[in-house]
Design a protein around this ligand. Structure first.
Ligand SMILES: Cc1cc2nc3c(=O)[nH]c(=O)nc-3n(C[C@H](O)[C@H](O)[C@H](O)COP(=O)(O)O)c2cc1C
Length: 189
């Protein structure tokens, strides 16, 4: 079994990356393989609605850094989508990943179906709920199973590392990871 977490932050080592690693830790502890993908420094173009993803070979719209992510997600059992809040929204790169992954799945073999996972949103002050909802919509429309925790997966942080001071967020993210590991273990037993 394998779970992949994708951070949409352009900042390597930032709060969204720490949020992902926090959620992945209990999954690793449960003996499930994990992968972390940072979109920082990656070139990820937008969906151009060309429809060529219907050929089942992924997204053929751009020669950029999307294809390895497509392959990793396709081969995973679980998916975590995480983003910092930028003006009340998820970042551009994570939206581009969602659009291209979602359309490639829906137009071909529905490879996202019944993968389990969930969303994470990190912000200095506000916009978490909108961004968490934005990322959550991806799971709901793509035939996926979204896992909860004891609160929404949202964290308050500005400077890199500040998330560690939001102890409730760390607990929420850890429990989310525990729940995802629990579910995947049940599904695949
Ligand atoms: C362009 C930009 C827009 C932002 N918009 C918001 C916002 O709408 N609400 C908020 O609370 N924080 C906002 N922030 C702050 C980030 O969400 C916050 O610093 C977050 O911890 C960044 O995550 P990272 O460390 O993973 O990059 C913004 C930051 C940037 C660079």
């Amino acid at each position: 079994m394998r779970v992949i977490a994708i951070s949409g932050s352009p900042r390597k080592g930032g709060n969204t990356e720490i949020a992902c690693q926090t959620a992945l830790q209990p999954i690793q502890d449960a003996g499930i393989d994990t992968e972390f993908v940072s979109l920082a420094g990656k070139e990820i173009g937008p969906c151009i609605a060309c429809g060529r993803c219907a050929q089942g070979q992924g997204c053929l719209a751009h020669k950029d850094d999307f294809d390895p992510i497509y392959q990793q997600v396709k081969n995973a059992d679980g998916l975590i989508l995480a983003s910092p809040v930028y003006f009340g929204c998820a970042t551009g790169p994570i939206c581009n990943v969602m659009h291209r992954l979602g359309y490639a799945s829906r137009r071909s073999d529905n490879f996202l179906a019944r993968k389990a996972g969930g969303a994470i949103a990190v912000a200095r002050r506000a916009g978490h709920n909108a961004t968490f909802a934005q990322l959550s919509m991806f799971f709901a429309i793509n035939d996926m199973i979204q896992v909860g925790s004891t609160y929404w997966n949202v964290a308050l942080a500005c400077q890199p590392g500040e998330i560690n001071q939001d102890t409730e967020a760390i607990q929420t993210l850890t429990h989310f990871g525990e729940n995802l590991a629990w579910l995947l273990t049940k599904i695949h037993s």
